[in-house]
Write a protein that binds this ligand. Structure first.
Ligand SMILES: CC(C)(COP(=O)(O)OP(=O)(O)OC[C@H]1O[C@@H](n2cnc3c(N)ncnc32)[C@H](O)[C@@H]1OP(=O)(O)O)[C@@H](O)C(=O)NCCC(=O)NCCS
Length: 244
């Protein structure tokens, strides 16, 4: 029982005192709704996370290893966001938004050297996205992720048929997404992939290989169908395609 309790705490915070501290502040302030709650957490949570200027944190945001979370000026965490920032940490750049129910989990309990999640400035993580950052995830500036995007910087090893896959360890190479890119809803980005700048990934794509700058890639497995520099998009039907 004691061993299990110890294990549980070690998955939630860096130490027992820190666990009690983080849980107490979140229990006292984490539930308060409306702009009053946001103002309260802007004041109090700077003792919990590393915060530059003011960050807006809605009620019901769950933070673990909160001392490893760094929030830039003007970041926004929507209701139900879960940041689990074990060693390697989570950095969210200025004016970036993490929308409802997104889960950012570094899940580094094996001292993985490159673990962590880093998001640049003015980026948007859509509703219910899941980022697993064991191998390291780097997202540039002005990157938009649609809803339900999964970025999975980890794989299980599965070559040894005499042992369960769950006991064969993992590989974790890392994923990077260049500035200005747009990842369509439901896309899955696999470990080891580098996505260039200003790339479009179609909705539902499974990206298993690198995608160069200015490419549009769609499908499972994702294939480049267009390069926006070599073949710029023409807007044939201006009445149908209204640009806001
Ligand atoms: C990729 C996308 C942007 C369209 O880009 P585009 O360069 O205009 O592509 P086109 O519409 O000319 O399609 C090119 C080809 O790819 C196919 N295609 C387009 N999107 C696709 C997708 N998501 N999955 C699979 N195939 C797709 C088209 O059917 C077409 O195939 P064809 O050449 O055999 O006819 C769009 O289809 C898309 O997926 N948008 C994401 C929407 C979204 O997630 N919105 C959430 C808001 S954040």
């Amino acid at each position: 029982m004691f061993k299990q309790l110890n294990l549980y705490i070690s998955r939630q915070a860096t130490s027992l005192p820190r666990y009690i501290y983080e849980q107490t502040l979140q229990a006292l302030c984490g539930w308060v709704p409306s702009i009053v709650g946001i103002a309260l957490r802007t004041l109090v949570y700077r003792k919990l996370v590393q915060m530059e200027g003011s960050a807006a944190i809605e009620d019901g945001v769950r933070l673990r290893f909160a001392g490893n979370v760094r929030l830039g000026r003007g970041t926004y965490l929507d209701h139900g966001v879960y940041l689990h920032a074990c060693p390697g940490g989570i950095q969210i750049g200025p004016e970036s938004l993490v929308m409802k129910n997104a889960i950012l989990h570094v899940y580094n309990f094996r001292n993985l050297p490159h673990a962590g999640i880093s998001i640049g400035a003015r980026s948007l993580i859509g509703e219910s996205c899941i980022l697993r950052g064991q191998g390291g995830i780097t997202i540039g500036d002005d990157v938009y992720l649609g809803t339900l995007v999964q970025i999975l910087a980890v794989n299980h090893v599965f070559h040894d048929t005499s042992r369960p896959i769950s006991r064969q360890g993992i590989t974790a190479q890392g994923i990077s997404i260049g500035s200005g890119s747009w990842i369509g809803s439901g896309a899955i980005i696999l470990d080891g992939v580098t996505i260039g700048r200003n790339v479009v990934i179609g909705a539902g794509a499974v990206v298993s290989k690198d995608v160069p700058d200015y490419a549009v890639a769609v499908g499972n497995p994702a294939r480049v169908v267009r390069n926006l520099q070599a073949e710029p998009l023409e807007i044939h039907d201006k009445e149908r395609l209204v640009v806001y």
